[in-house]
Structures are given as structure tokens and as C-alpha cells.
Write a protein that binds this ligand. Structure first.
Ligand SMILES: [Zn+2]
Length: 286
């Protein structure tokens, strides 16, 4: 009787493990040494339009003041990042579909271990945009065989995400350096601070930062793409546009709008862009 029970339990464990280990059926792997001819030529940085295959390369950073340890807490935090990445990339896939685009994301380092890295920097990376761009870019070039990854996953786009294990008192918000606001920045990446200003970085922020890599600008301050009149309009109308508004938590309520679709190269220029005299997206600029 006891033996039967053990065998039964064993079967249940094997079944459950099997379910969780299921590979993404859409991913057909290629030989890393065989050149994959992506539709995207890299003209707008490492990430082009929101379509095709995109791999997410996750880099866990130890730097001057923070580190990832082997503690149970940090393991849970890393697992939270994994699930927020899943939520964010599913959100992007679903929204791209509304514009008749297939955007497939391969991020799952539990299945594909070459999508997860550890990096150590002696610098204090808790700074605003781009302070250590050259150093982080050099790290990517030295430590990640991006070409082999692109071949292996038949990837059009590569999204690099640095994860930094900050506490709630950290004041620096996550940010992304991207070709559309730094023309010499050929490698685009996001610095995601695990916690900032009293909150755990929400899943919506993950999606927002990834959208930056695809060319979407921020809508909450005037910049090269958006004027102050439009920012005031979004404020006045309580906009939920994901480039303007981020909801907290592990699900995403922020909206992917026609203007976002235009800026990431999958939607035509909406009437709103002309009405508010907004600037061209990076793809039309050429
Ligand atoms: Zn932003």
C-alpha cells in the first residue's frame, strides 16, 4: 500500500515538473554558427520595430552598493523579475497582435540558460540615464555573444536588461538608453532598479522600458518627440497611456495606444499626432 502511494506521488511530481518545464512551442532553435538573416538590419540600434522575434538578455548586476546574494529573499526577487518579464512580454505580444504584427519574445532563462548573466561593476550604477553607458556597453560586447544568440533564436531584436538589487529607499527610477534619444548608442539597454521610491518596480515599468528600446518616447515631459501642450493634454485627460502612466503591481492596466504603436513602428501615424503637432517616429526620420 505504502509503495503504491509512493509510486503515485512520484507520478504526480513527474507530471507537475513536466508541465512547468514545457518549452515554448513557438521557439525553433537554429545552429548558433549559422547566420540567421533577420528582417531587421540594426539601423535603429539593437532593437528595431515591435515585431518579429525578440530575445531578452537578463543581466543581474552586483555594483558598488548593491548585490544579488544566494539568500531565499533574493531568489524570490529574481523569480519575481522572471514573472514580471513574462507579464510584460505577453502584454506587448497581445498589443502588437492588434496591429496585425507577430511579436514573439524569448526571455525564459529557466528554459534557455544562455539568456541570463551575472555582471560585476565597481562603479555606483544608481545614477540617472547613461552615466556609465560606455562601461555597460563594453561589458555587453565582452561577455555576451550576441551574434550567436541572434542566430540561435532567429532573433530580429535583442533587448538587454540590467537588473540592480536596490532597496525601497533608492530614488533612481528605472531608465533605458535607446537609439531614438542617443544617436551614437548602437547598443540599447534598460537599467531596472528592483525597488525605487518605496515601491517594487511594477510589471508595467518593464513593458514601458522595453517599449523605449523599440523607439517609444516618454509622454510625461516635453522632449524631441512630444511637446508640452501634449503633455498637459495627457495630464488634463487623466491618460492611462503606458508611456505616460504606469500602474503599480504585478499586472498591467496601462494602455498601449495608437500613438505608442506609431512610435514603435507598427501603426500608421494617428490623427492625434498631427492634431498635436507631434514629431515623426525614429523610423520615418530615417
Ligand atoms: Zn520612460
Amino acid at each position: 500500500m505504502k509503495r503504491r502511494l509512493i509510486i503515485c506521488l512520484l507520478f504526480i511530481v513527474i507530471f507537475i515538473t513536466g508541465c512547468f518545464n514545457k518549452k515554448d512551442p513557438d521557439v525553433v532553435l537554429n545552429d548558433p554558427n549559422i547566420e540567421y538573416n533577420s528582417f531587421y538590419d540594426g539601423k535603429y540600434g539593437t532593437t528595431g520595430k515591435l515585431e518579429g522575434n525578440s530575445i531578452v538578455v537578463s543581466i543581474f548586476v552586483n555594483e558598488k552598493t548593491t548585490e544579488w546574494t544566494n539568500s531565499g529573499t533574493d531568489k524570490r526577487n529574481i523569480s519575481n523579475i522572471h514573472s514580471k518579464l513574462r507579464t510584460a512580454t505577453r502584454y506587448l505580444t497581445e498589443n502588437a497582435k492588434k496591429y496585425n504584427k507577430t511579436a514573439t519574445f524569448i526571455y525564459d532563462w529557466e528554459t534557455y540558460s544562455d539568456l541570463k548573466y551575472k555582471a560585476t561593476f565597481k562603479e555606483d550604477l544608481l545614477t540617472t540615464k547613461g552615466t556609465y553607458y560606455k562601461i555597460q556597453k563594453a561589458w555587453i560586447k565582452e561577455n555576451i555573444n550576441s551574434k550567436a544568440l541572434k542566430n540561435k533564436y532567429k532573433a530580429d531584436n535583442i533587448i538587454y536588461m540590467f537588473f540592480i538589487n536596490t532597496e525601497f529607499q533608492n530614488q533612481v527610477k528605472p531608465w533605458t538608453i535607446t537609439h531614438n534619444n542617443c544617436s551614437y548608442c548602437d547598443i540599447e539597454y534598460s537599467n531596472i532598479f528592483y525597488r525605487f521610491q518605496g515601491i517594487a518596480t511594477p510589471a508595467a515599468t518593464f513593458a514601458h522600458e522595453i517599449l523605449h528600446q523599440f523607439g517609444a518616447p516618454d509622454f510625461y515631459y516635453a522632449n524631441d518627440y512630444i511637446n508640452q501642450r501634449y503633455v498637459d493634454h495627457l495630464e488634463g485627460s487623466n491618460s492611462k497611456d503606458i508611456m505616460f502612466y504606469i500602474n503599480k503591481g504585478t499586472s498591467i492596466d496601462s494602455k498601449f495606444t495608437a500613438l505608442d504603436a506609431y512610435y514603435v513602428g507598427i501603426g500608421s501615424r494617428p490623427k492625434e499626432a498631427n492634431d498635436w503637432n507631434l514629431n515623426q517616429n525614429e523610423f520615418e526620420r530615417g
